[in-house]
Ligand binder design. Structure first.
Ligand code: SF4
Length: 436
């Protein structure tokens, strides 16, 4: 898919465009400078003055007139402040408000049903899975993969596994911590393979980080569900290791998994999840699923759907299979037609939302140390809405007074309500008063 990105306004808007461009590319899409040839156009609007808002409206209309076939997504300040107006403008398919900007790529691909196969299984996930911010940073510890999953181009693109020495990782985390970062996410193309070239493993890396840094929150990025050593699970007893894992399952049917050449079949996957849940309350397991893999029969699809439902995930990243040149899967027989893939994807989106809602509800009434982010939404009546994440990566909002700040603070918060997959929390500790 060809994506054209356009911005009005400030430098921040420009910087966001760059981040989105990278995320679209990593999700297997191409960026084009020509709006006329794009399949998807994203506009980062501005509303700093009346004139800027007028220009934003004009730009949206002109872009749609010039390329009415393209899907149109609008974000930025004009779209946030005038959400209904922006949504009703001719041609606008999706409005992403400023508070969701960091998930714009994922939201676009999911809600407009445009998620295609990423060029690599795990790496692109981080971009859309986790929000960056002043309090959270990614630390890449590993590159390459020695496996050959048939849909994945990674072995061709990224070569053999190479791990960063433990000391280099520790030094980077300590530096980030000194700079004010509170949460670090370890990432790798095949994170579970960490240390295969150094004679150690991921568990050793994690325990050393926990021992030799004082970073308050350590999180793991997308992790293939195999090669996890026996001592891995016990690491989560340390509350500084966040109780959330993104374990790409890809399919809940063993015969499909075999065609994908995955190393983890459904039974082993269920064992891992059960072990995590038995040990750590409120453990969040999220996953990636590819729908419409070559030859996926109706029976296999049902089997997959039922397994996914049985496991129950906090979030499912859904990809519709698309053939990628250079992969073994591209030459497999019985490639499915678009209608079947679309129908299965829609079915899974409904299930994914139900499961997410259930997971949110399961967490209601409990208190968690929420790390509050810098972004806030001003409201009327002297209040502002603030956003943060629980250790198990639930996004929480709360209301505080305008003269208060919770930015980059971890404060105990009780989750009290869930509305349309969004959780509202009551801050138990006291926010910092800016006036004192
Ligand atoms: S384990 Fe499979 S899907 Fe993951 S990076 Fe390696 S080849 Fe790709």
């Amino acid at each position: 898919m060809k994506v054209h990105l356009k911005t009005l306004g400030c430098r921040l808007n420009e910087a966001e465009l760059e981040t989105w461009a990278q995320a679209f590319q990593k999700s297997g899409h191409q960026i084009t400078r020509q709006a006329q040839v794009a399949n998807l156009i994203v506009i980062n609007s501005c509303a700093v003055t009346q004139d800027a808002a007028r220009k934003s409206r004009q730009l949206i209309r002109r872009i749609h007139r010039d390329n009415p076939q393209a899907k149109l997504v609008v974000s930025g300040c004009y779209a946030t402040l005038n959400q209904d107006e922006a949504a009703s403008l001719l041609g606008v398919d999706l409005v992403v408000s400023n508070k969701d900007k960091d998930q714009l790529v994922e939201k676009t691909l999911t809600e407009l049903n445009m998620a295609v196969m990423p060029s690599m299984s795990t790496e692109p996930g981080e971009i859309s899975l986790f929000t960056r911010g002043r309090q959270r940073a990614f630390v890449k510890v590993q590159d390459g993969c020695r496996y050959r999953c048939t849909f994945c181009i990674v072995t061709v693109a990224r070569g053999e596994e190479v791990s960063r020495p433990v000391q280099a990782v520790i030094d980077e985390i300590n530096t980030l911590h000194q700079q004010g970062i509170t949460e670090v996410i370890l990432t790798g193309v095949h994170l579970g393979g960490y240390g295969s070239d150094l004679g150690n493993n991921l568990s050793t890396l994690i325990s050393t980080i926990l021992a030799e840094t004082t970073i308050p929150r350590l999180r793991l990025g997308s992790l293939e569900p195999w090669e996890l050593s026996d001592d891995f699970f016990a690491l989560f007893q340390n509350p500084r290791l966040m109780p959330h894992l993104h374990l790409p399952l890809q399919s809940g049917s063993d015969t499909v998994l075999r065609r994908m050449a995955r190393r983890c079949k459904t039974e082993e996957f269920a064992t891992i999840v059960n072990q995590l849940r038995a040990q750590i309350p409120h453990f969040n397991v999220t996953t990636d699923i590819i729908v419409g893999f070559p030859g996926e029969t109706e029976e296999e699809w049902q089997e997959s759907y039922n397994f996914i439902k049985k496991i129950g995930f906090g979030h499912v990243h859904i990809f519709t299979y698309s053939s990628r040149e250079g992969t073994k899967a591209a030459s497999l027989p019985n490639q499915l037609n678009g209608d079947i893939k679309k129908q299965r994807s829609q079915q899974l989106h409904i299930l994914a939302n139900d499961m997410k809602l259930q997971f949110c509800k399961d967490n209601l009434g409990y208190e968690f140390p929420v790390l509050w982010e810098g972004y806030n939404e001003p409201l009327e009546g002297g209040k502002q809405k603030v956003f943060g994440y629980t250790p198990n990566y639930l996004k929480v909002s709360s209301l505080i007074n305008n003269h208060e700040s919770v930015e980059n603070q971890t404060i105990s918060t009780r989750l009290i309500a869930v509305e349309e997959l969004s959780i509202f929390g009551e801050i138990i500790g006291s926010p910092l008063s800016l006036s004192s």
